[in-house]
Structures are given as structure tokens and as C-alpha cells.
Design a protein around this ligand. Structure first.
Ligand code: NAP
Ligand code: G4F
Length: 347
């Protein structure tokens, strides 16, 4: 049985990836942060009491700022694969907490790489790199495009990207960068723009909220569907040689278009509900992202099934359902058709 170690297991991607790895018969270990309230909501449905003989998911307390604990876990577990997804992952927050973001998102990666190197184990390493690293570089972006980061988050991710590459070149570690463009889902964190919009629509329909306050509506993103992206993470580590890959749909839309589509889907005019609040603007913005994913398509034959318009519906449907406002929508129907035997069980 293969053994994986997942950092960021409680996040959007970590939760889907863990579900995927369990469906592939892996034993999965993850770190969770000690908090005064439970932070395991996204993985509760797959958690089995570790005393049970069939338990294959094990959680350990740990934090990326503490190398001793993660190093001990790595030493004791001796994983075949490490998926390093944990990060202070919010771009706007990184402007408020640049030092913390550098420590966790940048140095946190080196702490893990160094622990693996010192262990001497044959452990493969996946680094969750980001399209945000391209910043001001003209689109479409691919593996050859220059990095031009426009936020403390992106600067930290560029550092982590080069560290993963340095350990590959310098020490022969099987370390790969997946440079993923934005990917969303009903499990997306509530303060990322897509989820903020779809949750607000449910609240507006339920008459619990009157307006949705947003920042800059002009930036363009390449939005995909998170479950499809975690499968790519796994495939990247199954290749013969370690390499770096750009992953995105190749389709670009502005924040304004996302707002428009989401409100239109439920028959509302967005401009009656959306207000601007300057506090959501960033000191520097990444304006124009869209992936040129030819390399990953050629290497593993990957092509996304969920495109922008379906993604919007899937997310709106899920938030309406959570609010008790609807049961099955067009997005749900599309998901059922595209993934009849899907390995993820809940929203
Ligand atoms: P997410 O939902 O924000 O999850 C982040 C995870 O990191 C959570 O499990 C969080 O734990 C954990 N974490 C944060 N600080 C930590 C610390 N100091 N020590 C240990 N764990 C810590 O992010 P995501 O959307 O799943 O993204 C996964 C990774 O891919 C991130 O590295 C992100 O930067 C990168 N990425 C994401 C996208 C995207 O569009 N989603 C695109 C490109 C790259 P808590 O639950 O306790 O907060
Ligand atoms: O949803 P966002 O916060 O995502 P952003 O900044 O693109 O970052 C996400 O994708 C990256 C990959 O490129 C990841 F690496 C990163 O971890 C994260 O997952 O913002 C998207 C766009 C931005 O241009 C932002 O300025 O939406 C704009 N926006 C407008 N109003 C807003 C808001 N963003 C947020 N979060 N909240 C708003 O009210």
C-alpha cells in the first residue's frame, strides 16, 4: 500500500486529494493545525476512527512554521509521496501579513524539502505552485513564461518554486511543481471571490443579505474545477521523471463575467445587488491570467471536463442547496453526466 503525506489536508484541494488517494487505496497522513475550534469540516466525511482496523487516514498536529514536528512526522511515516498544499493562500491577506506569508508559504516549503533530503528516503514531492507567480507577464502563460509576481503571496510562491527545483537539480529529489491556475468548487474557501459571490446569491435569495460588496471586477482569470486538478497533482508524481507543469482550462473570464453569469443563472440582475468596497482592492493586481497547458495535455492527455459556465452553475447550485433553497440544478445534472462514478462524495 502506498503512503502519502498531505499538508493542507483541511483545505479545498487537500480534502479532494485525500478523497482521491483513499479511492486509490493509499494510506494518507495529514497535518492539521491546533485550533480552539474544529477545522476538519472538509474531511469529516472520510475520517474513520484510527483505532478501526480499516482506518487509512491519519491526522497529526503540525504547523509549517515548526520544522521539528513535520520532520518527525516525515521520519516516522516514511511516505512514498508528499503533496505540499499548505500555505497562507489568500493573496489579499498576504498584503496584510507579508512576513507571516513568507514564513509559511515560502520557508514552509524549504522546511519540508530539507526534512526529506535529510531523511535519505526516496520520497516524491509535489509543490503547489501558482499562476499568481506570473503576475504581470502577458498571457497565455506556460512553463517558459517569466515570473513577475505582484503580491507577497506570489513572491513567496516563486521562492518555493525555485527551492523545489533547486532540490531536484542539486540533490536529485523527485520534486515537481504544478503551476495551477485558479480552481474552484463548492468547497472553496468563503473569502475567495467565486465562493463569496455564490454564497451571497443564496443569502440574497433567502433575504438574509441585501448587497454584495466586492473589489476590482476587471481582473481576468482561468477558472477550473478543483477535483479535476487534484487528479493532475497525483498524475504529475506518477511520471517517470520529475518536471514542472502548467495546469488550466485555457478559457479566460473576468470577475465581472463570473458575477454576471452567477446572478443571471438565478434570474437576478447583478448590478442591483453588487456594490464596490475599496477595501477589497489590492495594492498591486494580477490582471490577466490564462493557461497554455499544452505540455500537461501532451504528457498525460489531460483535458478538463468542467468549463466556466458549468463551474458557475455547480457552485451556485451547491450554495442554494446548503441554504435549503433548491435540490438539483443544471450544474448538478451536468456533474452527474460527466462523472457518473465520481470518487468525491459531498460538496
Ligand atoms: P486553502 O483552501 O486555503 O487551504 C490551505 C491549507 O493550508 C489549509 O489546510 C490550511 O489549514 C493549511 N495551512 C495554512 N497555514 C498553515 C500553517 N501555518 N501550517 C499548516 N497548515 C497550514 O487552499 P487551496 O485552495 O486548497 O490551495 C491549496 C494549495 O494550492 C495552496 O498552497 C495554494 O496556495 C495553492 N494554489 C491554489 C490554487 C487555487 O486556485 N485553489 C491555485 C494555485 C495554487 P487550516 O484549514 O487550518 O486553515
Ligand atoms: O478569488 P481570489 O481571491 O483569487 P486569486 O487572487 O486569483 O488567488 C487564488 O488563485 C491563485 C491562482 O492564480 C492561487 F494561487 C491563490 O492561492 C488563490 O487560490 O481573487 C480573484 C480576483 C482578484 O483579481 C481579486 O482582486 O477577484 C478579485 N476580487 C474582486 N473583488 C476579489 C474581490 N477577490 C476577493 N477575494 N474578494 C473580493 O471581494
Amino acid at each position: 500500500m502506498k503512503r502519502a503525506f498531505v499538508t493542507g489536508i483541511t483545505g479545498q484541494d487537500g480534502s479532494y486529494l485525500t478523497e482521491f488517494l483513499l479511492s486509490k487505496d493509499y494510506e494518507v497522513h495529514g497535518i492539521i493545525r491546533r485550533a480552539s475550534t474544529f477545522n476538519t469540516g472538509r474531511i469529516d466525511h472520510i475520517y474513520v476512527d484510527p483505532h478501526e482496523p480499516n482506518a487509512r487516514l491519519f491526522l497529526h498536529y503540525g504547523d509549517l512554521s515548526d520544522s521539528e514536528q513535520t520532520s518527525n512526522i516525515l521520519y516516522n511515516i516514511k511516505p512514498d509521496e508528499v503533496y505540499h498544499l499548505a500555505a497562507q493562500s489568500h493573496v489579499k491577506v498576504s498584503f496584510n501579513m507579508p512576513e507571516y506569508t513568507g514564513n509559511v508559504t515560502g520557508l514552509g516549503t524549504v522546511r519540508l524539502l530539507e526534512s526529506i533530503r535529510r531523511s535519505g528516503n526516496e520520497t516524491k514531492f509535489y509543490q503547489a505552485s501558482s499562476s499568481e507567480m506570473f503576475g504581470r507577464t502577458a498571457s497565455p502563460q506556460n512553463e517558459e513564461s517569466a515570473f513577475s509576481p505582484t503580491s507577497p503571496y506570489a513572491v513567496a510562491k516563486v521562492y518555493a518554486y525555485w527551492m523545489a527545483k533547486n532540490y531536484r537539480l542539486g540533490y536529485g529529489l523527485f520534486a515537481c511543481n504544478g503551476i495551477l491556475f485558479n480552481h474552484e468548487s463548492p468547497r472553496r474557501g468563503e473569502i475567495f471571490v467565486t465562493r463569496k459571490i455564490t454564497m451571497a446569491i443564496a443569502s440574497i435569495i433567502a433575504k438574509k443579505q441585501q448587497y454584495l460588496y466586492l473589489g476590482n471586477l476587471e481582473p481576468k482569470r482561468d477558472w477550473g474545477f478543483a477535483p479535476e486538478y487534484v487528479e493532475v497533482m497525483w498524475k504529475i508524481l506518477q511520471q517517470e521523471t520529475a518536471d514542472d507543469y502548467v495546469v488550466g482550462t485555457g478559457e479566460q473570464h473576468s470577475v465581472r463575467e463570473f458575477v454576471d453569469q452567477a446572478f443571471s443563472y438565478v434570474g437576478l440582475k447583478w448590478d442591483q445587488y453588487v456594490r464596490t468596497d475599496p477595501k477589497y482592492f489590492r495594492p498591486t493586481e494580477t490582471e490577466d491570467l490564462v493557461a497554455d497547458s499544452r505540455k500537461i495535455k501532451k504528457t498525460i492527455g489531460w483535458a478538463p471536463k468542467i468549463r466556466f459556465s458549468e463551474l458557475v452553475k455547480i457552485m451556485v447550485d451547491a450554495d442554494l442547496r446548503r441554504a435549503g433553497l433548491a435540490t438539483i440544478g443544471e450544474g448538478d445534472e451536468f456533474l452527474r453526466k460527466q462523472f457518473p462514478n465520481r470518487w468525491w462524495k459531498t460538496d
